[in-house]
Structures are given as structure tokens and as C-alpha cells.
Design a protein around this ligand. Structure first.
Ligand SMILES: *[C@@H]1O[C@H](CO)[C@@H](O)[C@H](O)[C@H]1NC(C)=O
Length: 503
């Protein structure tokens, strides 16, 4: 715990302001710190076969091309922090295509955070633990365009077109430009496409965070694992919160993946970023999940671990393991894949997946058969993906995407004056929200304002992993509409707890 450890690097003026209103925005953040592996394995889409494209994989070590609930539950260990969580989490890896045509995987920073949002859309419904055998896919690997307005209109202005499941699903993807020193932050799910390399080079000194929100509404009658792993679930009408559509009345934890890729390692190199499924646009980003929880245990965590700080430490249901323990957990690679080098550099993407920029849907090359023969394209300026240009300087702050929660990257990024963010946000928000204002770390701690430490969290910066203690002190915020006193949570200390790792 950070509270009793030596502080190797101090931090200052780091404050997190919590406007605690409805109290329904509890969540916890499963830290899956080390990949199980990078491999063409996908038991949901390509069961029993070599998958079409490569994935970065986290969770129970029994993961395989045929893994199901029983296999995962029988895992000896997991690369996620809570030993009770043997679930499987996987998404496409991000690659860089050099100007000579060769591909290399982009380094992953800090593994994956799998958030479990515990939201009921104000209905008071119980959130039901993922049942045995539950699996789902979010996103569409063949999608290559975006149909809605850019940027998203305020939620209150969403029309019927913006409330269709297809529209909610395309808004469930996020590409968050990270620049800890800039004092600027982007809300989660602010941008729904992968920015191009020149944008990333110019603006995202700390890489790009890929975000994926899973549907949280379940039609129990459709079962836990229908063909395609999608038709049994739907998004609530605000993507991450709101009410469930008719027929999908069971509320599940709102699963949300965050995976950071070190695009900054390629600054100054000519080429392009592309997802392992051959998608340079990001619209085809997706993710897969097979629950690997003992159901009563997960239900207990969902019912009782409702602390708004999101830390696993505040949930007594979990047995936590250390980063070295997580890092030691690797999948046993199937014989057919042992010699495949998904990381590269190689002349093609893993599986020889063609790059397809849309806007028409990509050709489905699933099936585990060899991808169509494709001459490794020597890098010629690829046809430009249809990506709207959004200024990074004008993030939409009017409504945070997931009120009541935050990621530490948001905290590190936020350099906006706390009072102004409270004012703008509360003016348009009806539910609880966390707002942050910090000086980019590492810097010196402000230890002068007292308060007690209420939780810890981790973040990565400059290739190092830091643990932060969150303090709570009382302040009064005058600029916000109700004028009420608010608790202020303060990132009080932090310490170096390890080095980040690439793949
Ligand atoms: C946009 O994507 C959708 C879904 O993949 C597809 O049906 C549609 O044809 C695409 N639009 C264009 C203009 O290609």
C-alpha cells in the first residue's frame, strides 16, 4: 500500500473532486496487469481454429482456442489482480506498418483495465453477476465507417437515429489521446476513431488509450452464449448508463476495457497504425469476454463493493496478487501457433490480414482458414480512412461519459481548473460525477491540507508504474450551482512500484 511505503517521487496539487449525488455510480476496476499472450486465438469467433487476427489476451491461464466457462474456472492462475477472476478478456492488438511495408506490434502499457460499472440507470434494479457460461462480443470487426454526427451531440439531444443499437454501439468505442504533461484531457469515449499518425505524433505524447464499452442489458431468454455472442445483449440508452431496451431487462455489470498502446515509440517514423484485423480507422475495434467467475463470489462483489473509488483494495471479496505474480501467468501456446511471431517485425500482419480502410465493410475473413493470399503491400500512402477531424483542443466537457468514475489517466491529464469543471459539468449533469484537476505527475505532494487516505490506485507514466494514495479533505466550492460543500479527494502521495512493460 502506498500509505506506508516510502515516497520516491512526490506529487503536488493533485486533487480529485467528487460530487457525490445519487450514489449509483459505483464501480471497480479490474487491473489485468500483464498479457497472457499475443496470439491468433479467439474461442468465440474462431472456435477450435487459428483465429483470423491476433489479440492481446488477459485473464485465466486456461485460455485456448476451445476455452469455455468450465476451462476458465479451472485455471490455476490469472493475469488479473483478483485471484477470483479467471475470466478471459481479449481485443485486437495495435500494429505499426513501417514505410518498407513491415509490421511491428505497438508496445502495450500496463496491460488492461477491465472496469465493472455498477449502474442501474436510476431504476433501482439489482445488477446481476455474469452467470456461468456467459460470453459476449462488443464491436464489429468488419465495420469501417461511422454514421453519426461528430462529435457526439449532448446526450439530451440524441435523436431516435442516435439511440438505435447500431448507433449506441459505434459510440461505445473510444480512442483517448494521452498527453500527461499537456494539462489537457479527453473524456472517455470522446472520439470514436483511431487518429492518424500525424495527429498522434503531434498530440499524444503518452500514447493512445483504446476504450470499449460492452452492452449491460441482457435478454435472459436468449441464453448465456447464443451464436455470434451478441444477440442476447443490448446497450442501455446512454451507452454506459440509462435504461435498457425492451426485452433486455436484466442488468449486468457494465464492462469497459481500457488498453494503452505506446504509439509515441514511433514518433518520427514513417508509416501507419493499424489494428490486427486490418483496420486503420478504428471503427472495427472490438473485444471479447468469457466470464470466469464463481457466480456467488461475483454477485457478492457486485452487491457489496460499491465504493466510489473503484479500487480493488476496497473490496474484501477479492484476494489480490502482486504485479510479479500477474506477470508470471502466461498461456500455453497451441502447437500450431508456437512459431508464429505476432509481434513482428514481419512482412504481413499476423495471419496475413489485408488492410481495408472502408468506408464499405471489410471482407469477412474469419474462419481460421488461411487468409486470402495478399501481396505484402509495400507502403504506399494508404487510401485515407474516412475519419472526421476533431480538434484535440476542444474536448466536450459538458457531460462526462461515465459520471462517478474516473481513470487515473484522466486524473493525470486533467489540468483544467477544478472549479470551472465543476461548474460546467454540474450545469448539465443530473448524476454524480468525479472531476479532477491535477498537476501532471511526477511532481511534489501537497501534504499540508490534512485529510485521511481513503484508497489507492495505480497509473503509468514515463515507462514507470506509480501507486497513488487518494486523500479526502473538505472544501467548499463556490462556483458550482448548488453552492454546497463537497468532499475533495486528494492524490496525496505516490510511489514507484515497478516498470511498465511492452509485449
Ligand atoms: C458503413 O458501414 C455499414 C456497416 O458496416 C455498411 O452497411 C454501410 O454500407 C457502410 N457505408 C458505406 C458508405 O460504405
Amino acid at each position: 500500500m502506498a500509505t506506508s511505503s516510502k515516497v520516491t517521487s512526490p506529487m503536488a496539487a493533485a486533487a480529485l473532486l467528487l460530487a457525490s449525488l445519487s450514489g449509483v455510480n459505483a464501480f471497480w476496476r479490474m487491473d489485468c496487469h500483464s498479457p497472457l499472450g499475443l496470439a491468433r486465438i479467439d474461442p468465440l469467433v474462431d472456435y477450435g481454429k487459428i483465429a483470423a487476427h491476433s489479440h492481446i489476451i488477459f485473464g485465466g491461464d486456461n485460455f485456448s482456442p476451445t476455452a469455455g466457462y468450465d476451462d476458465l474456472i479451472a485455471s490455476e492462475s490469472t493475469s488479473c489482480r483478483a485471484k477470483e477472476d479467471k475470466s478471459a478478456y481479449w481485443t485486437p492488438s495495435l500494429h505499426f506498418q513501417h514505410s518498407d511495408g513491415t509490421f511491428e506490434v505497438v508496445g502495450n502499457q500496463g496491460g488492461m483495465l477491465a472496469y465493472y460499472f455498477l449502474r442501474d440507470g436510476g431504476t433501482g434494479q439489482q445488477i446481476k453477476a455474469f452467470p456461468a457460461g456467459f460470453q459476449m462480443i462488443a464491436g464489429d470487426t468488419n465495420k469501417r465507417n461511422f454514421t453519426g454526427p461528430v462529435p457526439d451531440p449532448p446526450e439530451s439531444d440524441w435523436t431516435a437515429d442516435e439511440l438505435t443499437q447500431a448507433s449506441l454501439a459505434e459510440k461505445a468505442l473510444g480512442f483517448n489521446c494521452l498527453n500527461y504533461a499537456s494539462g489537457k484531457t479527453e473524456p472517455s469515449l470522446f472520439r470514436h476513431f483511431l487518429p492518424d499518425k500525424s495527429f498522434l505524433d503531434a498530440n499524444c505524447a503518452d500514447g493512445i488509450r483504446l476504450e470499449l464499452s460492452f452492452p449491460a442489458c441482457w435478454n435472459e431468454a436468449a441464453g448465456v452464449a447464443p451464436k455470434g455472442s451478441k444477440s442476447h445483449v443490448a446497450y442501455p440508452n446512454l451507452v454506459q448508463d440509462g435504461v435498457c431496451p425492451e426485452g433486455f431487462s436484466t442488468r449486468l455489470p457494465g464492462l469497459f476495457y481500457e488498453t494503452i498502446w505506446r504509439t509515441q515509440d514511433f514518433v518520427g517514423k514513417d508509416g501507419q497504425f493499424v489494428l490486427s484485423n486490418g483496420d486503420p480507422t478504428g471503427y472495427g475495434y472490438h473485444g471479447d469476454f468469457i466470464a470466469g467467475w464463481d457466480v456467488p463470489t461475483l454477485q457478492k462483489a457486485v452487491d457489496t463493493c460499491t465504493n466510489l473509488d473503484g479500487t480493488l483494495e476496497s473490496c474484501p471479496v477479492f484476494t489480490l496478487q502482486t504485479q510479479p505474480e500477474m506477470a508470471a501467468v502466461k498461456l500455453s501456446m497451441p502447437a500450431d501457433l508456437k512459431n508464429e511471431n505476432c509481434a513482428g517485425p514481419e512482412s504481413t500482419l499476423p495471419g496475413n490480414v489485408p488492410i481495408q480502410s472502408g468506408p464499405q465493410p471489410a471482407t469477412d475473413n474469419h474462419g481460421g482458414v488461411a487468409a486470402p493470399t495478399y501481396a505484402p503491400s509495400s507502403y504506399a500512402a494508404p487510401s485515407k480512412p474516412v475519419v472526421p477531424t476533431v480538434s484535440p483542443k476542444k474536448p466536450v466537457y459538458s457531460k462526462p461519459s461515465y459520471p462517478g468514475s474516473f481513470s487515473i489517466q484522466d486524473i493525470q491529464n486533467a489540468g483544467v481548473a477544478s472549479t470551472s469543471r465543476i461548474a460546467t459539468s454540474e450545469a448539465s449533469s443530473t448524476s454524480a460525477a468525479v472531476y479532477v484537476a491535477v498537476t501532471p505527475a511526477p511532481s511534489a505532494p501537497a501534504e499540508t491540507d490534512g485529510g485521511s487516505i481513503i484508497g489507492t490506485t495505480t497509473y503509468t507514466s514515463d515507462g514507470a508504474v506509480w501507486e497513488v494514495a487518494i486523500k479526502e479533505i473538505d472544501i467548499t466550492v463556490t462556483a458550482e450551482p448548488t453552492g454546497a460543500a463537497r468532499r475533495r479527494r486528494h492524490l496525496a502521495q505516490h510511489r514507484h512500484i515497478g516498470d511498465s512493460h511492452g509485449l
